[in-house]
Design a protein around this ligand. Structure first.
Ligand SMILES: NC(=O)c1ccc[n+]([C@@H]2O[C@H](COP(=O)([O-])OP(=O)(O)OC[C@H]3O[C@@H](n4cnc5c(N)ncnc54)[C@H](OP(=O)(O)O)[C@@H]3O)[C@@H](O)[C@H]2O)c1
Length: 454
């Protein structure tokens, strides 16, 4: 079946930075059939030649333009004009495409407008299993706005036709979490509160908001990172074994643990980096947080008493995203190896910039002494794949074309995570100023917060 992709917002940052390089790679790897077409929709009055010239200025990755251009068609479009949707529908039909993905790479306020146009023109009708529509993050700004958007979407489409993106789910190591957990008997039996003392989930960035101040100032770290990426990671770490690796079975288990999660209000700390107020399109008196530390518990038999620490922020010491599973000290061990208890066993799942899994264990210090020292079993996924790792968007686009919904978020995941984050957001917390990561760590510690040193 001939496949077509329609991308609304084809002149935007996401298209130039992520989608074009991802499409180029899919073409190079022959995942996109020669007969496929990519309709690039935007409002600028470009010809295809103008469009490619504009794209070439903005795309920084190496792209085989000559090949890519054979798949592309540029269409000037007014998202408020139903006639443009009807013209597009007729064009796609005349071109012979029946398998259709419509990707909304546009600001979220356009989601309901475009969804309505797509539905009224019958570009996609409810129940058509060969057609799907993709929405970028953020899905709403809080639970109410997300519900409002979703109610609109459900009027037009079945849940199975709706693909909500959280690009973290396209990252190799995030997909690897299920394999590490469930394909290794050694972890299968110890993945609970009798062996695990705490879980740390962090995503640190070195950059500030750069040119995205207009978007970020309305959102902040809690909504930008915790509601989506960090809680997605936590649900994959904490969920029970699904009955199968089917997308719905996995999502059922993720939602169950998210529903059992309770944040500790007193442990929430937020901060804003010095200089944020001078960023482009940021309100001069903005109170938006660019740093968040939060702690939650999962109130079920498996995780009762195990703190989940979340930390995310901009303008920190390094770019790093990882999950650390801290295993308990065994007091009996101390009698035999007093120095071993200084170094807990840890499993580190590195998500970015390097990808891999590291397990820290105790070994005997080489030589005549009897001290123990920490050593690590290290698997560097990105090294092993010889830099041939697919980027998130490459994987997500492929899954979309294959109609595999596992890496896209279901409505109840969005609803549950907004519920948690709305609750935190409603707390009137002082926004601390910071210059460095260590500034925030000092503040966290000075508050007597039960903080695991990341
Ligand atoms: N950029 C990223 O790295 C990134 C990462 C994660 C998620 N996202 C999400 O992806 C979506 C797109 O982000 P972006 O950074 O690409 O945004 P962007 O650079 O602002 O561009 C979005 C596109 O939407 C079009 N657009 C904006 N307002 C419009 C309007 N009123 N009518 C018709 N078209 C309009 C723009 O057209 P013009 O060129 O004509 O203005 C452009 O083609 C957003 O939902 C964002 O939250 C982006």
């Amino acid at each position: 079946m001939k496949q077509a992709i329609v991308i609304f917002g084809s002149t935007g940052n996401l298209m130039y930075k992520k989608l074009i390089p991802a499409l180029d790679k899919l073409i190079k790897k022959e995942h996109l059939d020669e007969s496929s077409k990519i309709y690039c929709i935007a409002r600028k009055d470009f010809s295809l030649k103008d469009y490619i010239a504009d794209a070439k200025k903005q795309v920084t990755e190496e792209v085989n333009w000559e090949k890519l251009v054979t798949f592309l068609e540029y269409i000037v479009f007014d998202v408020n004009d139903i006639n443009d949707y009807l013209l597009l529908k007729n064009k796609i039909k005349a071109d012979g495409y029946t398998d259709l993905s419509i990707y909304l790479a546009v600001p979220p306020n356009l989601f309901p407008i475009i969804a309505k146009g797509v539905s009224e023109s019958k570009l996609i009708s409810k129940g058509e299993s060969e057609k799907r529509i993709v929405f970028e993050k953020p899905f709403g700004e809080n639970l109410n706005s997300a519900k409002k958007i979703n109610r609109e979407l459900w009027k037009y489409f079945d849940e199975k036709q709706i693909y909500r993106i959280d690009h973290y789910l396209g990252k190799e190591m995030i997909q690897n979490i299920l394999v590490v957990r469930f394909a290794n008997v050694v972890f299968n039996h110890i993945w609970n509160n009798s062996t695990i003392s705490s879980v740390s989930i962090l995503s640190k960035e070195k950059e500030g908001v750069m040119s995205r101040g207009g978007y970020y100032d309305k959102i902040g770290a809690l909504k930008d990172m915790l509601q989506s990426h960090l809680l997605q990671m936590a649900s994959l770490i904490a969920m029970d074994k699904p009955t199968s690796l089917d997308s719905e079975a996995i999502k059922d288990e993720k939602v169950k643990v998210l529903k059992d999660m309770i944040f500790s209000e007193k442990d929430l700390i937020v901060g804003q980096y010095k200089g944020y107020l001078e960023a482009e399109k940021v309100a001069k008196d903005s109170n938006t947080e660019t740093f968040v530390y939060a702690k939650a518990y999962i109130e079920n038999d498996t995780w009762k008493g195990v703190p989940f620490h979340f930390l995310s922020g901009k303008k920190l010491d390094e770019k790093l995203s990882e999950i650390i599973i801290h295993f308990k000290d065994d007091s009996a061990l101390k009698a035999y190896f007093p120095s071993a208890t200084k170094h807990q066993n840890k499993l580190i799942i590195r998500v970015a910039p390097k990808e891999g899994v590291q397990f820290q264990l105790n070994v005997k210090e080489p030589g005549l002494g009897e001290q123990t020292i920490p050593a690590s079993l290290d698997y560097c996924h990105s090294c092993d794949a010889l830099k041939n790792n697919p980027e998130s968007y490459e994987k997500l686009l492929l899954e979309l074309l294959n109609k595999n919904r596992t890496l896209f978020t279901r409505w109840d995941e969005i609803e549950t995570t907004w519920n948690l984050v709305d609750e935190l957001k409603s707390k009137d917390k002082k926004v601390h100023q910071y210059e460095t990561y260590q500034d925030m760590i000092k503040i966290i510690k000075s508050k007597g917060v039960d903080f695991y040193d990341f």
